[in-house]
Design a protein around this ligand. Structure first.
Ligand code: ZN
Ligand code: ZN
Length: 179
């Protein structure tokens, strides 16, 4: 699934589950954005501090590498989870992480709809080591995932098919960054 624009989802969740309190004059209280390609340990986070979120003072960041391959409901549930953190912090002005206010709002949202479920922990498959490279065969176009670059590795399929199983320069894999 391609990357979704987050703001329309944010505004809809804000209307449906936070009484519109997470935006003022159509502007979200927190900056909301996708991560770069490296954030692969957690599906999302909320944080507040000076200078954070294009000087808005807080931001919600969702993991592009973890959520991009999953159905839209995973993005909605993760965004909603982080919006509860923002709501507890910015609207209720309470210092708690997954405390009683967080859980009460989470349960209310889960009971109010069945499009997605918010959980305390983001339960998505987190790769132990993220994929870093695609090796691309210039001859047949096959793509192979690699964790690190290997110089002079050739496409086995092409070597077998066209070069009697011997290494050949014409099918040396070219590495493209996957992050
Ligand atoms: Zn959380
Ligand atoms: Zn090939």
């Amino acid at each position: 699934m391609p990357l979704l624009p987050l703001l329309p989802i944010f505004h809809r969740l804000n209307r449906e589950h936070f009484d519109g309190t997470l935006a003022v004059n159509g502007q979200p209280l927190s900056c909301v954005r996708w991560s770069d390609g490296r954030m692969s340990r957690t599906a999302g986070f909320y944080r507040r501090g000076p200078g954070i979120g294009a000087s808005r003072g807080s931001e919600i960041v969702l993991s592009r590498p973890l959520l991009e391959p999953l159905p839209q409901e995973a993005t909605e549930s993760t965004l909603c989870h982080e919006m509860i953190h923002a709501w507890v912090d910015l609207v209720l002005r309470t210092r708690e992480s997954h405390g009683p206010r967080f859980r009460a709002r989470m349960e209310a949202i889960n009971a109010a709809q069945d499009r997605f479920q918010v959980s305390v922990r983001h339960r998505y498959p987190v790769p132990v080591r993220p994929l870093r490279w695609w090796a691309v065969c210039p001859s047949c176009g096959s793509r192979y995932p690699y964790r690190r670059r290997i110089s002079n590795a050739a496409c086995r399929k092409c070597c077998d098919q066209h070069h009697a199983g011997r290494w050949h320069r014409s099918c040396v894999l070219q590495f493209e960054s996957a992050v």
